[in-house]
Design a protein around this ligand. Structure first.
Ligand code: SF4
Length: 397
């Protein structure tokens, strides 16, 4: 049977403490420290990954991304065990990108050595801000000195091959704080910077603090202005925007994330991870399979194994997801793949919206893609595309 081309995402759901703005699935230290839980987790992960690689006939994934949570909290020994397992099980990319996420607090020489020896080609580091007050207000752990030391180590081990995240619009952090943050970060020579606009998710301490007026955030217009100032600063410094929140020169873009944006195949292992496999089907009748592991660490470690939700994705869902993901990317969706999967050119479904946005100078010349001004209004663009798609449904039968 033919091997399937897919990437692999691995979720490691451990954090020292939850940051106040975070709604990813992760478990704070008080709930996992001791009792050999991390070792049991690595064992469960090996069973999960091994089962999926064999079951879905994936070997040597196009790219691998170990995220979280804080994968670096596994420590160098367990990380080494996991990386050796991936190599033995055909779960390591042969020539592709292999990323591990790290928190500055847990980056040290031993961790970086384990990554280098295990074939990791890229580190993604959550910085968020260098500003003490903003970090405190966002409940972000770790002092500035530790942050600087970790970035310096990263620069030595992975110079030009690490990415770092910043958050714009943190409490009390205006434009000058953000620009200083970017300037400081660029001194360490990252390959990519991701600049996220702070989003306040319900059920987070940040949400409750803002609702109780204990913290104030910039108004939406001001937050947008701050983020745009950051975008312009990054672009002027040689980091062009290539996705809604990602900035990097062309050869330094994240190959793994591009798989998501261009609707490739990927497997997801670990609690809360989801994977998607798309069969082209022939005759434009693509079908997809989404497999989501329950966000439940105890269940993941139980004898019965994790609960897994499996969904069939029909053609219409896949078309909409191709728009949702593809137009985040500065190159737009993969139009040739779209035609092959769905049996029609993408323009035939939302051509009226494309023409209007092109006329208003919001799309890239000669490409089925938004430009940087268009990306600022992605949601509006997608809403208009979906109205076109709904209208075209009767014609599509
Ligand atoms: S370290 Fe990352 S995953 Fe963990 S709580 Fe903070 S933002 Fe969330």
């Amino acid at each position: 049977m033919k091997l399937v081309t897919a990437s692999l995402y691995i979720h490691v759901p451990f954090c020292k403490k939850k940051c106040d703005y975070c709604d990813f699935y992760s478990v704070p230290e008080g709930d996992w420290a001791g009792g050999g839980l991390l070792d049991r987790f690595v064992d469960a992960l090996r069973a999960d990954i091994g089962g999926q690689l064999a079951g879905f006939r994936v070997s040597e994934p196009a790219s691998v991304y170990i995220g979280g949570g804080t994968p670096s909290l596994l420590g160098p020994g367990r990380l080494k065990t996991l990386l050796e397992f991936l190599e033995a099980a055909g779960g390591r990319p042969l020539n592709g990108e292999f990323t591990v996420e790290a928190n500055p607090e847990s980056v040290d020489e031993a961790f970086l050595r384990a990554c280098l020896e295990g074939g990791v080609t890229r580190i993604s580091c959550g910085v968020q801000s260098f500003n003490k007050e903003a970090r405190r207000a966002a409940g972000r752990r770790g002092g500035i000195e530790r942050l600087g030391a970790a970035l310096a180590l990263l620069g030595e081990a992975y110079g030009g091959a690490f990415s770092a995240d910043l958050i714009s619009g943190l409490p009390g952090a205006g434009e000058s704080v953000l620009l200083r943050d970017i300037e400081t970060l660029l001194r360490y020579g990252p390959a990519q910077v991701s600049l996220y606009d702070l989003s306040v998710e319900e059920n987070t301490p940040l949400y409750r603090n803002v609702a109780a007026s204990k913290l104030s955030l910039p108004q939406a217009d001001e937050a947008a202005r701050i983020w745009i100032a950051g975008r312009d600063f990054l672009e002027a410094a040689g980091y062009p925007q290539y996705e809604v929140s990602a900035f990097a020169p062309e050869g330094k873009r994240s190959a793994h994330n591009i798989v998501y944006w261009r609707m490739g195949n990927w497997l997801g292992a670990g609690p809360s991870a989801s994977g998607t496999l798309i069969r082209d089907g022939g005759g434009g009748e693509a079908r997809g399979l989404r497999r989501t592991v329950a966000a439940d660490l105890r269940g993941y470690l139980s004898e019965d194994g994790p609960e897994v939700l499996v969904e069939e994705l029909d053609r219409d869902t896949l078309i909409r997801e191709s728009f949702l993901m593809g137009f985040r990317y500065i190159e737009g969706p993969d139009t040739a793949l779209f035609q092959k999967r769905f049996g029609c050119p993408i323009e035939s479904l939302a051509g009226e919206t494309f023409s209007r946005w092109r006329e208003h100078g919001k799309m890239r010349d000669g490409l089925c893609a938004l430009n940087r001004e268009g990306l600022l209004m992605l949601n509006k663009f997608l809403t208009e595309c979906f109205i076109d798609i709904d209208r075209s449904a009767p014609r599509r039968g």
